[in-house]
Design a protein around this ligand. Structure first.
Ligand code: CIZ
Length: 301
């Protein structure tokens, strides 16, 4: 493992590359990354860091977002087939049909969407700024795609808005049930339960805190509490255990493991740098429109 890490460091220097790893990546991948974080934070890093090549250890929509925001850089996705089943629940054609049905209603898309879907939407958002983005729109009615659970969570915080939701969800986060929250409370009565808004509404209602991966990490790192039950993908525990070794972190459900995120191994990162693979390209006509949705998010949030 150490030998592979040394080879990666050498190749990275030769290729003037940086490695970005999403919070859901395996520990071995997060530990060699130059930056770890959520998809939007990483895409912003991609634009600001001087380098020729970005190795994006994550899934396709994340590498696409980095490419859209940094078109002149080479963006590599180490595992070609690392995708997001939630993003795949909606196509650009589906959004065009929504537009026909609701011609005057703005369409907001979650960052977990393909470049082609982003290109058809008015503005993009992440789990940390969805409420801010939607509340800044002047229209009463807003369409939100594709995660219905994040949509329900946002709708609860925005009672003055009417949200039209797509019926997609994250197969990993929906595994958590209210019974898991109740049993964690019984087992760890002094713990704080922190969950992602992609969890079911019946779960988010019972949690102490609901937030994106970065918000969960920030909450747990800065709280005076000592024990935390984490209701999002297991990869988040790597960072928390490394930064707060004296605190206790437990996973809310053993199934909180995204199989797509776990496709990327240290070896995949090495091969990406060695063979310059797999290069992400986004057709400029699509990238230009998707960039508008992403830029608008920055302005609103
Ligand atoms: O925005 C992201 O990177 C995702 C997919 C989740 C989160 O909450 O960070």
């Amino acid at each position: 493992m150490q030998e592979l890490e040394q080879k990666i460091t050498k190749l990275k220097r030769e290729r003037e590359a940086i490695i970005l790893a999403h919070n859901y990546q395996l520990d071995e991948v997060q530990s060699i990354a130059d930056y770890t974080g959520d998809s939007f934070y990483l895409s912003k890093i991609a634009t600001s860091v001087e380098c020729k090549t970005i190795v994006f250890a994550g899934v396709l929509f994340m590498a696409e977002t980095a490419k859209i925001l940094s078109p002149k850089k080479t963006v590599l996705l180490p595992e070609m087939h690392a995708g997001c089943p939630l993003a795949d629940t909606i196509s650009a054609d589906d959004v065009r049909k929504l537009r026909q049905t609701y011609p005057l209603t703005p369409i907001v898309c979650y960052i977990n969407t393909s470049a082609a879907v982003k290109a058809e939407c008015d503005v993009c958002c992440t789990s940390s700024n969805a409420i801010k983005v939607m509340s800044s729109l002047s229209e009463h009615k807003v369409i939100f795609v594709p995660d219905e659970n994040l949509g329900h969570y946002a709708a609860k915080q925005l009672p003055h808005k009417e949200l039209v939701l797509w019926s997609g969800s994250c197969a990993t986060h929906v595994k958590v049930s209210p019974a898991d929250v109740i049993s964690a409370r019984n087992k760890y009565p002094n713990a704080k339960i922190l969950v992602h808004p992609e969890c079911l509404p019946s779960v988010t209602e019972l949690a102490d805190f609901v937030g994106s991966t970065s918000e969960i990490i920030h909450y747990a790192e800065n709280s005076r509490e000592q024990i935390f039950i984490i209701g999002t993908e297991v990869g988040v525990l790597f960072r928390l255990r490394a930064s707060k070794p004296n605190k206790q972190f437990h996973l809310l459900h053993p199934g909180l493991v995204c199989p797509e995120m776990k496709k990327t191994r240290l070896k995949s990162v090495y091969n990406a740098l060695l063979c310059n693979q797999y290069q992400i390209e986004v057709e400029e006509a699509i990238a230009a429109k998707a960039r508008l949705a992403l830029t608008r998010m920055l302005e609103l949030a």
